[in-house]
Every structure is written in structure tokens, then in C-alpha cells.
Write a protein that binds this ligand. Structure first.
Ligand SMILES: Nc1ncnc2c1ncn2[C@@H]1O[C@H](COP(=O)(O)OP(=O)(O)OP(=O)(O)O)[C@@H](O)[C@H]1O
Length: 249
């Protein structure tokens, strides 16, 4: 269980202060998929960085499995929008990076990363560089790098936003598949109403800045591949659209 208790965050800079989040309280069940959606600048990424332990709340507390978060934890993986791949490293080297930083021996890295690249359909691209890959393949390398760390919590910030619609839908299915196989908790920030409704078994809808959770929507039925074609999916998208206000994001 991930628990946020009255979390607020204010960025203080030289002469200005910006309150990004205000009294966010939220419980995320272990093994669930939470999609966070809200207007641009409402504090979604900030919330993700707080859960990752990269930022500290100005007030309030965050607990993961009962442990108060005071910094990054080994079992949390974070994937950013630009994927964070090093262009001068191959797919294999990029996928091994997290393990290398943790000092895992190369022989062990091979045992962990080999099967993951195969599973993600990247086996034959192991010696390619990121510039030689499509956007969808790059995203899968970033996922491979995260999975190599065997996370129990995967945080993703707008992971699919730069991809074309078809690749995006394929990767959404792919993400569900990976989630089913690996059983981590998934917390995903997205601008896309469809994506939130397709991927989240819970959807946290945020207000304008300072961001608050205005609604936590249960999204029964999501997680199956034919959900996108269902009436329930379209109803859910319309509900979210109403909550966010047309043109709000
Ligand atoms: N490091 C920072 N220093 C100062 N202000 C920041 C910092 N990071 C974010 N902010 C401000 O905090 C607010 C929330 O930003 P954040 O990136 O969390 O929002 P977001 O909902 O993820 O935005 P978007 O949907 O546009 O990506 C914004 O007003 C932003 O300008």
C-alpha cells in the first residue's frame, strides 16, 4: 500500500514561491494501476517525484509498505517522458545501466537483462543505439531498464505522449501485459483521457494548481484488451472529460 497523507509541496525560489500541491491524500493498493490526470501544471509530475522520494513534501507524509519515504528506495523505478536513454550506449548497455550503478556483476546483469530484452521483443536490437530505434522501441528499452531492477513500484511520467496513436495503443496493451507478468504497482501520469481510462484501475483526477485530488474514480473492467471497445470505456472517458472540463488539458 502507498499512502499519501495531507501532502503539500511548495517550490521556493529566489523571490517567488509556487504551491504545486495542496493536501493530497491518497491510498494506492499494492499491485494496482493508478492513472493520474489533471490540467497542465497542476502538479502531476511533482506528485510522482514525491512518491519516488526524489522530492520531499513541504508538509505531509508518504508511506510505502508502512515505511515513511525520506529518499529514493531501491524497489521504485521511474520512467520519464524522454526515456532517459544514453545515445552513446547500446540497447544492452542502456538496459543494464541501473544494475551497473547498483554494482551488479556483469554475469548477473546478463542473466537478468537477456530474458527481459527477449520478452520485450528487443533481443535482436541489443547492439543497436537509441538513434537506430523507433520511438516505441526506445520506450521499451526504458521499460527494460526499469524492469531489470525488479521494482515493486513503477512510476511513469507521460511515458507514451510522444508516440503516434497506433504505437501508443500497442504499447498500452504491452504495458498491461508486462504489469500482469511482473505484478508491480503502476502509477502513471498522463494527459490523455483515453489512456487514463484504458490503463488505470483507479484514476486520480486532479484540480488546477495547487493540485488536489478532486476525485478517485474506480475503473472496473479496465485491464482487459477488449475494454477499449466497450460501452463502459466510452462512458468512463466521458465522465473524465466532464470532470476535467472540455479543453482543460
Ligand atoms: N523545480 C521546480 N521549481 C519551481 N517550480 C516548479 C518546479 N517544478 C515544477 N514547478 C512548478 O510547479 C507546478 C507543477 O508542475 P508539475 O510539472 O508538477 O505539473 P504537471 O501537472 O506535471 O504539468 P504538465 O502536465 O504540464 O507536465 C508548475 O506551476 C510548475 O511551474
Amino acid at each position: 500500500m502507498i499512502r499519501l497523507e495531507n501532502v503539500s509541496l511548495t517550490y521556493n525560489q529566489a523571490n517567488t514561491s509556487v504551491q504545486a500541491l495542496q493536501n493530497v491524500s491518497l491510498e494506492i493498493k499494492t499491485g494496482s494501476r493508478l492513472a493520474i490526470i489533471g490540467p497542465s501544471g497542476c502538479g502531476k509530475s511533482s506528485l510522482l517525484f514525491l512518491i519516488a522520494g526524489l522530492y520531499r513534501p513541504t508538509s505531509g507524509e508518504i508511506y510505502i509498505s508502512g515505511q515513511k519515504i525520506t529518499g529514493p528506495r531501491q524497489e521504485t523505478a521511474l520512467i520519464l517522458q524522454d526515456y532517459g536513454l544514453f545515445p552513446w550506449k547500446t540497447v544492452w548497455q542502456n538496459a543494464c545501466l541501473g544494475l551497473e550503478i547498483r554494482g551488479v556483476a556483469p554475469s548477473e546483469q546478463r542473466k537478468i537483462v537477456g530474458p527481459i530484452l527477449e520478452q520485450l521483443g528487443l533481443g535482436e536490437f541489443a547492439h543497436h543505439y537509441p538513434t537506430q530505434l523507433s520511438g516505441g522501441q526506445r520506450q521499451r528499452v526504458a521499460i527494460a531498464r526499469a524492469l531489470a531492477l525488479q521494482p515493486d513500484l513503477l512510476l511513469m511520467d507521460e511515458p507514451l505522449s510522444s508516440l503516434d496513436a497506433l504505437t501508443r495503443e500497442n504499447l498500452q496493451d504491452f504495458l498491461l501485459d508486462i504489469w500482469q507478468r511482473h505484478g508491480f504497482t503502476l502509477v502513471l501520469v498522463t494527459h490523455s483521457i483515453d489512456e487514463a481510462a484504458y490503463l488505470g484501475d483507479y484514476i486520480a483526477v486532479m484540480s488546477d494548481r495547487p493540485g488536489r485530488i478532486v476525485s478517485l474514480v474506480e475503473n472496473a473492467g479496465s485491464g482487459s484488451k477488449n475494454f477499449r471497445q466497450s460501452q463502459h470505456f466510452h462512458t468512463q472517458c466521458n465522465n473524465l472529460r466532464r470532470m476535467l472540463g472540455v479543453g482543460a488539458i
